[in-house]
Write a protein that binds this ligand. Structure first.
Ligand code: SAM
Length: 278
């Protein structure tokens, strides 16, 4: 069952949080000259046209990237610069997906491993990434691929796990993948995105992480308002295992501002916490 297409959701408030954490994490990793590997288990199409029929159906980007500007958030210069690199004119019409943000940031000696299962999105991803020896793209199960790729040769890696959670068992699968990955490669940075639709599912994930014995886990959430049983996804979050030094301080300063712009009506919602100590 692969009915989820990210083209309907690109640039929404969940993408904004996910991609800001992604860009900040890669930037921190690049402060050291040594190469690193970027492993993206659920890559999507890589680039999205916000003027397409898919994007226009729900216009979710209007509640995400559409609410932010360089002027309000000069500290997000790097994020806005990368988005700008994807435009063909001065208007923001295209929004990059996680593999494109990473591709634009990779140095010559860094590598990327991308997986996308949906045949159409795999095709788009391959076209959008172009042919380069630095980037390996495969159409297979991303979590299986992750097992095969770890530990990377470079011994430095960022793993992004960003499923659609179409199947409820994915909540367990993503936790198992990180627990397994951490056993094989304990120093990797693992970033996991999750939607807050039913808070109980996230509470359960929290508890699994807390009980896992894995140290140093941070969590960042951003949304349109507080949890609600009636509204669908009100916020989304990222767990980051082995976060780079300074990521917390960066997000702690950013999230209250982002929440101010992303919030609906008078509501503002964000969370920034160290879930498990170092
Ligand atoms: N990470 C992307 C980004 O930030 O631009 C968005 C990814 S989207 C939320 C999830 C993607 O995972 C979809 O394109 C879907 O087709 C793909 N997918 C679903 N199951 C998968 C699996 N088992 N392995 C790899 N990709 C899968």
């Amino acid at each position: 069952m692969l009915s989820y297409r990210h083209s309907f959701h690109a640039g929404n408030f969940a993408d904004v949080l996910k991609h800001i954490v992604l860009v900040e994490t890669i930037a921190h990793l690049q402060q050291k000259p040594k190469a690193f590997d970027y492993i993206d288990t659920h890559s999507g199409a890589g680039l999205y046209n916000l003027a397409s029929a898919d994007a226009g159906k729900l216009s979710e980007h209007e509640g995400g990237i559409g609410k932010l500007s360089r002027k309000q958030l000069p500290e997000l210069k790097r994020y806005f610069d990368l988005i700008e690199q994807c435009q063909q004119s001065s208007k923001v019409r295209f929004y990059p997906g996680s593999p494109m943000f990473a591709k634009l940031m990779l140095r010559q000696h860094d590598k990327a491993w991308l997986t996308e299962l949906h045949p159409q999105d795999f095709k788009h991803l391959s076209n959008n990434m172009g042919k380069t020896r630095q980037i390996r793209i495969s159409q297979e199960d991303g979590l299986k691929r992750l097992k095969a790729v770890l530990p990377p040769q470079s011994r430095r890696a960022l793993v992004l796990i960003d499923p659609s959670y179409e199947i409820k068992s994915e909540y367990q699968q993503v936790f198992d993948a990180i627990a397994y990955g951490h056993k094989k490669f304990a120093t990797g940075v693992y970033a996991l995105w999750y939607p807050v639709v039913e808070r109980e599912r996230i509470d359960k994930l929290d508890q699994q992480f807390i009980d896992s014995g894995i140290r140093n886990i941070q969590r960042f959430e951003l949304g349109i308002g507080p949890d609600s049983d009636e509204k669908g996804m009100t916020s989304s979050g990222m767990y980051v295992v082995n976060p780079p030094w300074k990521l917390f301080a960066t997000m702690e300063a950013l999230l209250p501002k982002l929440a101010q712009y992303i919030g609906e009506g008078d509501s503002q919602y964000f969370k920034c916490e160290q879930l498990v100590a170092e």
